[in-house]
Write a protein that binds this ligand. Sequence first.
Ligand code: TGC
Ligand code: FAD
Length: 389
Amino acid sequence: SSPVHPFELFGIGGLLSGEELEIQRTVRTMGERELRPHVADWFEEGAIPARELAKRLGEIGVLGMHLEGYGCAGTNAVSYGLACLELEAVDSGLRSLVSVQGSLAMYAIWKYGSEEQKRQWLPGMAAGDTIGCFGLTEPDAGSDPGSMRTTAKRQGTDWVLNGTKMWITNGSVADVAVVWARTDKGVRGFLVPTGTPGFSAPDIKKKLSLRASVTSELVLDAVRLPADAMLPEARGLSGPLGCLNEARFGIIFGAIGAARDCLETALSYAAEREVFARSLSSYQLTQQKLADMTLELGKGMLLALHLGRLKDSGELSPERVSLGKLNNVREALDIARQCRTILGANGITLEYPVLRHANNLESVLTYEGTSEVHTLVIGRTLTGEAAFR
Ligand code: TGC
Ligand code: FAD
């Protein structure tokens, strides 16, 4: 009998509306035609044409697509998730570009910015003409952003920022950095045009993961900003953490995209590859791997959709986001590694996407809250006891 796709086996398509399917198709088509042919080279070279990519992603409407107004598409959350899924099916680095632009930098302005800040920045960012980055992590403050050292101090009506941010996606290509800093009234967010004197963003080199993505340090050396550079509505750590919920949501779907791409690759490879005079897919050991991976992929997709529907009905708590991020990234990474075994030696090259996805997913497991942090969030929810410190 003819093979059935894992998502078809689970009946996933029937759970999506016509509009959601259409958005998914548009992003998939663009990704397959315009991104996939180049992505292995970008990964190998450790360089992407970020500006052109941002412009093209803006044209298809995926930058800040789940936000309302200011040039954003205003789609539902599930559609945004599906766009992330299709981009990450090509490469986690491309989904990262979109996550950071839309869910972190744009969302921070959209949620916490003044009307003037929204009008100044959001339309250009939605179009991909202006690139944003989001600086929370520091060399000595990752999982515990509350221990950040970057400061913003008043000098007259101005603010002066000093400190270093680390591991910042889109950092050196950004036009505007959303920087979180400690003030005498707690953590606040600042919009830093990257041409401001004292700001620099050296790239982080020699990455073995997320190579098709720009990752930089942000150095703030007495960066002087006017009073209106502060995001007026963000107070305390709940400001940046509120943005992370948005980006983590996209990752819940995105990780499924990477895993789907691996499984599709392994299914077709196993069907073609002959070992001991029979197709690799005809062996029970292979079928067990394929069946187990299909179960995890399908369950992860159902979880993503469930959380997406909860987000659309306003019932997605941060703890629920932790369930999805922890499960789907962990399972996607397992699937990518298992698929690599099916491809044998061919699996270690960039001719196939599986080890590229696996390497990328190592970063995805760590950023936006490590798997340990999300485990502890779930543990705190279940027991009422915080075990972070
Ligand atoms: P805690 O005392 O729990 O909370 C401090 C304040 O924040 C509030 N809060 C949240 N608000 C919104 N959403 C959430 N998810 C929130 N979690 C906590 C909380 O209610 C409280 O508010 P208030 O008003 O009472 O002050 O904070 P804690 O210091 O104990 O830390 C908790 C912990 C460890 C869970 C948190 O700090 C955490 O999530 N750490 C992980 C840090 C992280 O995820 N960093 C990501 C950086 S950005 C990134 O990685 C981008 S990669 C993107 C890409 O390339 O795709
Ligand atoms: P640490 O916090 O030092 O953690 C090290 C280990 O200790 C981890 O396994 C962790 O889970 C564990 N650990 C920590 N606390 C506990 C605990 N209480 N109990 C048990 N174990 C614990 N950040 C941004 O702000 N903006 C970005 O755009 C951005 N992009 C990124 C892109 C890439 C490619 C990468 C790799 C990272 C990016 N990050 C970004 C940073 C990312 O969010 C941090 O790496 C992450 O939050 C973890 O921080 P850390 O690396 O300092 O690890």
